[in-house]
Design a protein around this ligand. Structure first.
Ligand code: ARG
Length: 271
């Protein structure tokens, strides 16, 4: 009898461990307040939304998203802990309750809306192309990439878009945007697809080597950049929405964009 009970317990524990989606692992606002800390996931390779700089001798994650996330933490009166991870794993980190929310320049679309809750949006983007500077004249419309080697970040909408739009291209997916830029410089890929504002930031930092293909942008059918939280966490979603509404309505969002675009311009390199 005892052994059977033990076995049942072991099996139950195993099932629990392998089905994180079926359990509601998210923490309530009370849990978070009691803990005194809220956790946010991001992929800090995406200036001006999030990247790392040396601040007072310490590697620090800065940008538009950490600023919004800090406002969420401030509203709850708790400390913000940012976890830098691969973009690809962010949705799972949220659905499994490993973090309370995420702010990662994440585009709100139907597929993702099925598994996580998106806040109101704070930016509408398009996808742009970045190529080696000496090749930029070869490109003047989206079809010019049909048979090229295209780099994209893993798990992004650009990865899906590239696969859909360019079935004859070779698509190379990487975890970090910095590695994609390196791959462009070394000729491993012909082009990289990224959100347009981020392309601008990387080009500004590497102006001698890479360039944006002017006037070639892919429109997307989506709801813009937003923060995400667990499907069941309506309470936290309401706080995130309050933050977005306040900065958008007051116009503060423009100041935040300006601040981090300027900060990135001052930096020699993001790496
Ligand atoms: N907006 C794109 C998406 O949601 C790319 C986001 C990449 N974000 C990042 N922090 N690297 O798929």
């Amino acid at each position: 009898m005892k052994t059977i009970k033990k076995l049942t317990l072991i099996i139950a524990t195993m099932l629990f461990a392998i089905s994180p989606l079926t359990i509601s692992a998210q923490r309530s606002l009370d849990d978070i307040k009691e803990d005194g800390k809220i956790t946010m996931a991001t992929s800090a390779d995406f200036p001006p939304f999030e990247w790392t700089i040396m601040q007072d001798g310490k590697l620090t994650i800065v940008g538009i998203d950490p600023t919004l996330a800090q406002k969420v933490a401030d509203k709850l009166g708790v400390e913000l802990e940012i976890q830098d991870t691969s973009f690809e794993s962010i949705v799972t980190q949220v659905t499994s309750g490993r973090v309370d929310f995420a702010a990662a320049g994440m585009t709100s679309n139907e597929e993702r809306e099925k598994v996580v809750n998106f806040s109101d949006s704070y930016y509408q983007s398009k996808t742009a192309f970045v190529v080696p500077k000496d090749a930029v004249d070869q490109y003047s419309n989206p079809e010019d990439f049909a048979e090229k080697v295209i780099g994209v970040q893993k798990g992004t909408i650009q990865e899906s878009l590239a696969k859909e739009e360019y079935p004859d291209a070779e698509i190379i997916s990487m975890n970090k945007n910095g590695d994609l830029v390196e791959a462009l410089k070394t000729g491993r890929v012909d082009a990289v697809m990224m959100d347009v504002i981020v392309v601008g930031e990387f080009v500004a930092q590497n102006a001698d080597a890479i360039a944006q293909v002017d006037g070639v942008e892919l429109e997307q059918d989506d709801n813009g950049f937003a923060m995400i939280t667990h499907k069941n966490n309506e309470e936290l979603l309401a706080v995130m929405n309050e933050v977005v509404q306040e900065v958008v309505e007051s116009g503060e969002i423009e100041e935040i964009f300006k601040e981090y675009t300027e900060l990135n311009a001052e930096m020699q390199s993001n790496e």
